[in-house]
Design a protein around this ligand. Sequence first.
Ligand code: IMP
Length: 433
Amino acid sequence: MPGIVVVGAQWGDEGKGKLVDVFASKADMVVRYQGGANAGHTLVVNGKKTVLHLIPSGILHPDTTCVVTSGVVVDVFGILDEIKGLKNNDLLQNPKQLLISDAATVLLPSHKALDAAREASLTGEKKIGTTGKGIGPAYEDRASRRALLFGDLFDRETLRAKLELHLKEKNHLLETLYGQEPIGIEGLLAQIEQVARELAPYRCRDTSHVISKALKGNKRVLFEGAQGTLLDIFHGTYPFVTSSSTLSGSACIGAGVGPTQIQQVIGVFKAYATRVGSGPFPTELNDETGEKMRQNGREFGSTTGRARRCGWIDLPALRYAIRLNGITNLALMKLDVLTGFEKIGICTSYKLDGETLMEPPVTQADFSRVEPVIEWFQGWNQDLTKLTRLADLPRTATNYLDFIGNQLATPIDVLSIGPGREQTLWVKPLFNN
Ligand code: IMP
């Protein structure tokens, strides 16, 4: 029962999609357990780029079953577009390759409208900087027990009744609080019914059962996290977080498997740090070094196109992520992006009111006041993107990696040196083979 969770150890955009795609060649199943189309997982195969938002990153491997579980908020229009895009590229030819849980939350245009209206009503530092994909409002509906579930799409009466209740409330908010146009029921109902017909082949009544069966049958199951640890609703930099739990434990809850089914937790992090949207980011570089990182790393959101904030790697934040997720192994992504920096910084601790902190403080008010303590390392100029052996890494890069591995006291098993599958260096193979 090799259940492996792949989790983001920073603020999202760590490169989980590439890693899951690479691992998926050895996995039987890839499972999405939280989040929604706010995620953007970029995969590059044979130079061709595919961006996925809701469909698990294993979908490029035709023999890997991909599962969207009840913990996910599913934009039904968005997922249908993704399916069509994949089919047009000769992928997802067998509908059995993708299973969408009947218990997943349906995310509607009204959730997006509310998300956008709320953000627009906030000013300056109060803005969360959401992706505008309706994530917060959709999870609110789930928590307040009025969400439309994926299985409801296939029962006309339930669909109409739930949609009526939904629009009554959402239109009231949109019109009276935010001065927006209401959404008409008949048009939306007709659109949803059409989408439901097209999504019917992917419907699965109980994905947790399918996953349990796979684990019992000794299949290799990868649980693919979205966003990152510091964006977790309970343990992130609240309120500048997403609306789901992004931690490894959420894999058990969202997918419906017991914690004893998880063998390994792989923490994915970049050789530097980025963040999109507002909130504390102690190592942020608002200068030309940060700009160089952004350009070299193509650090622009794959969902929103927004420029990502960039900074040096932050070990206190990573220590926190390792502890919260129970990370057993690390994957370091985008090492190639640091080529050409004369000196490279590593934040080893924070200072707050004269105290040294090895992990972030709990409140975001304190977090936004910490001073990063930076140690400097010599950089390298060699292009790393074509390397095929670890032994060929420049010595200065090895020093950098060894320092990080020692500080984090967790093995770095995989290094990524470019977006392609082949640009991956293995320190230790996955699934021990
Ligand atoms: P939301 O998830 O769209 O509500 O956005 C809440 C916060 O999480 C914002 O700061 C977003 O920029 C951030 N966020 C959401 N999804 C991602 C992601 O996949 N990568 C990086 N940041 C994200």
